[in-house]
Design a protein around this ligand. Structure first.
Ligand SMILES: Cc1cc2nc3c(=O)[nH]c(=O)nc-3n(C[C@H](O)[C@H](O)[C@H](O)COP(=O)(O)OP(=O)(O)OC[C@H]3O[C@@H](n4cnc5c(N)ncnc54)[C@H](O)[C@@H]3O)c2cc1C
Ligand code: HEM
Length: 408
C-alpha cells in the first residue's frame, strides 16, 4: 500500500517522468544490460536499437503508477504484456533487477530533483505493480504447463517441413521432438522461438503467430524475410537461408490475447497487410470450421502476386465456404496480375474503399500489418463509427500508439 503522501508524490512527478521517460528507460537499459548481460539473451536487440521497447516500458510503468489507486482499470493492458512476458519466459526473480536499475536510472536522469522521498514513492509503486505482473504471469505459467499436453518454458521442436509461400514468406512446420500431441491454441496466438545462431554472442528470441488452425500434430509459422542487405533481420534471414528440415527449434506454449471469440455470431472482417496475414489465416480457417454460419470478409493487401502468400490456400477456402468473401488489394500489381485479374482493387485500403465494400461499420474487425497500415485502418474504423470494443489489432513488435487510442 502507498501512503497518501506517496500517492500525491506519484501524481505530481508522473508528468516529469513522462517528459524524461525515454531518457530514463534508455539509461535504465544501459544499466540493466551492463549489470546483467545474461538478459541480452531474452531482450530483442533490434527493438532496443529502434527505441520501441524503451517507449513501451516507460509508458506502461508511468500509466500503471498513475492508476495505482484503481489498478483494475489497467488489467487488460497488464494481461496483454503478461502474455508476452510468459511467452518469452520472464520470471519473478527478474523483477527486482528491473526495479533496482530503473530507480537508479531515475536518480541518474533527474539528479538532485530525485529526492529520497520521491525515489521511495516510486520504489513502492514499482513493487506494487511488479507484484501484480508476477501474480498474473504465475497463473499463466501454471495454465500453460497444466493444460492438456502443455509444458513449461522452451520445449524442443524440429522443423518437419519448409514451404515457400511467396518471394518473401516461407512457412515452417514445427513438430515436437518427443512426438507428443500438441496443446490446442486460440487462432491469433503466437509462439516464441529461441535460437542460438552460429557467430552470434547471445540467443535470439522472436515471436511468430501460428498461421494454421489448431491441430495436434504441428504448429505452422510463416516468416517474412527481412531485407537481407540489412545487417539485422537476424532471425528471419537465418531461418530462410540456413535452417533445414530436421533442425531443432525450442518454442514456448502459444500465448496472446489477439483471439477471435468463437461464441460471437456477429459478422467478422479480417484485414491484413503483408505478413500480417498469418494470424488472420488461422482465424479464417478456424471460423469456417467452427462457425459455418458466420459471415467473414477477408481483406488482404500486398504489393503484388510475387509477395502474396497463401493466395491458393485462401481461394480454396473461399470456394469451399459460402460464408467467406475474399478481397485482394494490390498496391503495385504486375502486368500479369492485371492480365489475369488476380486482385480486386488497385491502391491502398482507405475509408472510402471500406465503405464501398462493406455493408456496415458495425461488424467485428481484426487487423494486422505494418504500422502505417494499422494506423490507416484504425483511423478509418474510428471515423466510420465502429465501436471500440469491436476493433482488435496486433503489432508484430512492441505495442505502439495508434493516434486515436493510447495503448499503454
Ligand atoms: C506477436 C508477434 C507476432 C509476430 N508474428 C510474425 C509472423 O507471423 N511472421 C513474421 O514474419 N514475423 C512475425 N513477427 C515479427 C518477428 O517476431 C520478428 O520481429 C521478425 O521476424 C524480424 O526479426 P529478425 O530477427 O529477422 O529481425 P531483427 O534483427 O529483429 O530486425 C527487425 C527489423 O528492425 C530493423 N533494425 C534492426 N536494427 C536496427 C537499427 N539499429 N536501426 C534501425 N532498424 C533496425 C531491421 O532492419 C529489421 O527490419 C511477430 C512479432 C510479434 C511481436
Ligand atoms: C512492472 C514491470 C514491467 C513492465 C511494466 C513491463 C512492460 C513491458 C511492455 C509494455 C512490454 C511490451 C509488450 C508488447 O507491447 O508486446 C514488455 C515486453 C518485454 N518485457 Fe517487460 N515489463 C516489466 C518487467 C519486465 C521484466 C522484469 C523483464 C525481464 C528482465 C521484462 C522483459 C521484457 C521483454 C524481454 C519484453 C519483450 C521485448 C521485445 O520484444 O522487445 N519485463 N514489457
Amino acid at each position: 500500500m502507498l501512503t497518501s503522501n506517496q500517492q500525491e508524490i506519484i501524481k505530481s512527478t508522473a508528468p516529469v517522468l513522462r517528459e524524461y521517460g525515454t531518457d530514463i528507460t534508455t539509461r535504465f537499459y544501459n544499466l540493466l544490460f551492463t549489470n546483467n548481460p545474461e538478459l541480452l539473451n531474452i531482450f530483442n536487440q533490434a527493438n532496443q536499437k529502434q527505441g520501441k521497447q524503451q517507449r513501451a516500458l516507460a509508458n506502461s510503468i508511468i500509466a500503471a503508477a498513475e492508476n495505482i489507486e484503481q489498478l483494475e482499470q489497467i488489467m487488460p493492458v497488464v494481461e496483454q504484456i503478461a502474455h508476452k512476458h510468459r511467452s518469452i519466459g520472464i520470471l519473478p526473480e527478474h523483477y527486482p533487477l528491473v526495479g533496482e536499475n530503473l530507480l537508479q536510472a531515475i536518480k541518474d536522469v533527474l539528479g538532485d530533483n530525485a529526492t529520497d522521498e520521491i525515489l521511495n514513492a516510486w520504489e513502492a509503486a514499482y513493487s506494487i505493480i511488479a507484484d501484480i505482473f508476477i501474480q498474473v504471469e504465475q497463473n499463466m505459467y501454471q495454465q500453460a504447463e497444466e493444460q492438456e499436453n502443455g509444458w513449461q518454458g522452451y520445449k524442443p521442436f524440429y522443423i518437419d517441413q519448409i514451404v515457400i509461400e511467396s518471394d518473401v514468406i516461407t512457412s515452417f512446420y514445427l513438430k515436437p521432438v518427443d512426438q507428443k500431441p500438441l496443446p490446442t491454441f486460440e487462432p491469433g496466438q503466437y509462439i516464441s522461438v529461441q535460437l542460438s545462431i552460429p557467430g552470434e554472442t547471445y540467443q535470439h528470441v522472436r515471436q511468430y503467430s501460428l498461421s494454421d488452425q489448431p491441430n495436434q500434430e504441428y504448429y505452422r509459422i510463416s516468416i517474412k524475410r527481412e531485407d537481407e542487405n540489412d545487417p539485422n533481420g537476424v532471425v528471419s534471414n537465418y531461418l530462410h537461408h540456413q535452417a533445414k528440415e530436421g533442425d531443432e527449434v525450442p518454442i514456448t506454449v502459444p500465448a496472446g490475447d489477439f483471439t477471435v471469440d468463437l461464441s460471437d455470431q456477429q459478422p467478422l472482417v479480417l484485414i491484413s497487410g503483408g505478413v500480417g496475414i498469418t494470424p488472420m489465416l488461422s482465424m479464417l480457417k478456424t471460423v469456417t470450421e467452427k462457425q459455418p454460419e458466420r459471415e467473414v470478409t477477408f481483406i488482404h493487401a500486398a504489393r503484388n502476386s510475387d509477395v502474396h502468400a497463401f493466395s491458393q490456400e485462401l481461394s480454396a477456402i473461399a470456394k469451399e465456404n459460402n460464408q467467406v468473401r475474399l478481397l485482394t488489394v494490390y498496391s503495385d500489381p504486375t502486368a500479369n496480375d492485371r492480365e489475369q485479374k488476380l486482385f480486386d482493387y488497385e491502391g491502398k485500403i482507405s475509408l472510402d474503399w471500406l465503405k464501398q465494400e462493406l455493408t456496415s461499420s458495425n461488424q467485428v474487425f481484426y487487423f494486422c500489418g505494418p504500422n502505417t497500415f494499422m494506423q490507416t485502418i484504425h483511423e478509418s474504423l474510428t471515423e466510420w463509427g465502429t465501436p471500440e470494443d469491436q476493433i482488435h489489432f496486433e503489432f508484430f513488435g512492441p505495442k505502439q500508439e495508434l493516434k486515436s487510442k493510447t495503448l499503454v
